[in-house]
Design a protein around this ligand. Structure first.
Ligand SMILES: [Zn+2]
Ligand SMILES: [Zn+2]
Length: 369
């Protein structure tokens, strides 16, 4: 059973942590609940810690640090660095370095969590086995200039232990003594770390496995509301891989993307700015292009019945007509804009000229004015 495991490549520290915390969650946590029960405090603390650490990964590590999709106030950066460490997913610097590499080499050998190596590898196998070369951090030199990022990078493990285990235990003790402290350590600490880790690991595994590819079939990333629920809104991964600098993943109004809603709210209260958005026209063009590509693939299928072929041909022609109309409208719009810009430029030039003339007049009539 174990003969196929490449033991020489096992990352023992990471593997022991992942397996050890999972083991405790499946044994000690049910035992504690059996003996002491579960009150609302333990449930609330689990949920609060889950959200604080979870959004620190999606909003902080992912969208703010890895993709610079918006600029966060120092308090937002500090919060996400502290609670992001509590997710036990390494420092923001290392996370961003690996994630930027993932986007650059997606589905290829240099992709750290390449889905072509299997669902297990993309989910957790890449962490358990040392398949990757040593990181050089060449793609995160911008983040290395951030003092808060570098402070967190130097002390990640200490902050992680304090936030993930010590903080819940202290809060539990304050709530109801030693038994509540043990419960908080096990439930809001250990079980929450395991649950959250697997939620965010799903971004690398399930988001490249389940769902549709409405924006581009060039890579394996997919859009799915199921994975969006599990990953705090990161499930619209096909959109994300196509437009990685957009602060939104669920770009349609009905899509579940709580990370986007929080960024939008932070912007509203002045804690985030420079929110990057892809123009809706560009998004629609990507969808149109992908729909055309899908139709072409269907029409190339030799086993298509005559009825199906006629249906797909008419749909394809409708799409082509829409694309052509779009292009014509765009050209016409650009023409109009160009003309308007020309007129505007002329008006500005006249205004400047008349201003100069008046200045000249004034200087002549009242030389000392
Ligand atoms: Zn991805
Ligand atoms: Zn990303």
């Amino acid at each position: 059973m174990f003969k196929n495991i490449p033991f020489h490549r096992v990352n023992w520290v990471t593997s022991s942590f992942l397996i050890g915390t999972l083991f405790l969650s499946l044994t000690a946590v049910p035992l504690y609940i059996w003996n002491f029960g579960l009150d609302w405090f333990q449930c609330a603390l689990f949920f609060v810690m889950l959200c604080a650490c979870g959004f620190s990964i999606t909003l902080g590590y992912h969208r703010m640090f890895s993709h610079l999709a918006f600029r966060g106030h120092w308090s937002v950066r500090l919060f996400t660095l502290i609670f992001g460490a509590g997710a036990f997913e390494n420092s923001a610097l290392m996370w961003s370095c690996e994630h930027r590499t993932h986007h650059k080499f997606v589905d290829h050998d240099d992709d750290p969590y390449d889905i072509n190596k299997g669902l297990f590898h993309a989910h957790v196998g890449w962490l358990m086995f040392k398949l990757r070369p040593v990181l050089t951090y060449e793609n995160v030199t911008d983040l290395q200039k951030d003092k808060l990022v570098m402070w967190q990078h130097r002390h990640t493990q200490t902050i992680a232990v304090l936030v993930a285990f010590v903080l819940p235990a202290i809060l539990g003790y304050a709530w109801d003594g030693w038994s509540a402290a043990l419960g908080a350590f096990l439930i809001a600490g250990v079980a929450r770390v395991v649950f959250l880790q697997h939620c965010t690991f799903c971004i690398n595994s399930l988001c490249h496995w389940i769902g549709k590819r409405p924006y581009s079939s060039r890579c394996s990333a997919r859009d799915s509301w199921i994975t969006a629920v599990v990953t705090f809104g990161e499930g619209y991964h096909n959109y994300h891989h196509e437009f990685q600098h957009d602060y939104r993943n669920g770009v349609k109004p009905w899509q579940f993307d709580p990370t986007k809603w929080i960024i939008w709210t932070l912007n509203l209260v002045g804690l985030a700015d420079n929110l990057r958005r892809v123009p809706s026209e560009k998004i629609l063009l990507a969808e149109l292009g992908e729909a055309q590509r899908r139709m072409e693939t269907k029409l190339e299928c030799p086993h298509l019945t005559d009825g199906a072929r006629a249906y797909f041909t008419s749909a394809y022609e409708r799409l082509q007509a829409t694309a052509t109309e779009w292009a014509q409208l765009k050209t016409a719009q650009m023409e109009i804009t160009r003309e308007m810009m020309g007129e505007l430029r002329e008006e500005v030039r006249h205004a400047i000229e008349s201003l100069k003339l008046r200045d000249h007049e004034l200087a002549r009539v009242a030389p000392n004015a």
